[in-house]
Design a protein around this ligand. Structure first.
Ligand code: AMP
Length: 207
């Protein structure tokens, strides 16, 4: 199954994609993770996109689309995948339609207060890519999965979050209509605990 996860920053796309990956045995393709890896390794791409990601803007479509096209052509995507953070614009969605068939776009619908609360308490492990919330951590500095040092993602600072939410509303929100017109959209209430939201997703996928 070829699945897209849509939703605002902090709506839980990454967390849900990880759980779905484990259950469905298909890979999670996160453009944010791909970009963060390049930033960490200071590759030519990383250096090119550094300022854009730091400010909460979008990496140009030409770069992003090429990366996703190549990644989806790899063998592990043959039986399906979960796209997390792509597409983020109509141009990206149109490009995706030229080289892939999407079965379903799941829109995680969350209240603005939930988004702000989740992002402001988010901690990230650069070693294993795990994302956690301070409310569930015994030690907010140590990754409970691999023992790495947890950080606040630089793009989770207040100013950058505001910019990312603005970009989401202007550029990414129109995708809801895009997939709705194509009868591919399912909206899931993304408020509540991880397990509650995950159960809602499984129940729509089972239909
Ligand atoms: P995320 O982890 O999905 O929130 O992505 C982190 C950052 O990576 C975003 O704020 C953008 O700067 C960049 N990014 C991720 N996915 C895309 C995309 N599909 N198109 C453009 N930029 C992206």
């Amino acid at each position: 199954m070829n699945i897209i996860l849509l939703g605002a920053p902090g709506s839980g796309k990454g967390t849900m994609a990880q759980k779905l990956t484990n259950e469905l045995h298909i890979p999670q393709i996160s453009t944010g993770d791909i970009f963060r890896k390049n930033l960490k390794e200071e590759t030519p791409l990383g250096l090119q996109i550094k300022d854009i990601v730091a400010s909460g803007g979008l990496v140009p479509d030409s770069i992003t689309i090429e990366i996703v096209k190549n990644r989806l052509a790899e063998n592990d995507c043959a039986n399906g995948y979960i796209l997390d953070g792509f597409p983020r614009s109509i141009a990206q969605a149109e490009a995706l339609d030229t080289f892939q068939n999407i079965d379903c776009a799941i829109n995680l619908d969350v209240d603005k207060e939930t988004v702000v609360r989740r992002l402001s308490g988010r901690r990230f492990c650069p070693d294993c890519n795990g994302t956690f919330h301070v409310s569930t951590l015994q030690n907010t500095e140590v990754c409970p999965v691999c023992g790495g040092k947890l950080i606040v993602r630089p793009d989770d600072s207040e100013a950058t979050v505001r910019e990312r939410l603005k970009v989401y509303e202007n550029t990414t929100l129109p995708l809801i209509e895009y997939y709705s017109h194509r009868h591919k959209l399912v909206t899931v209430d993304g408020n509540g605990s991880v397990e509650t939201v995950y159960r809602r997703i499984l129940s729509v996928l089972n239909k």
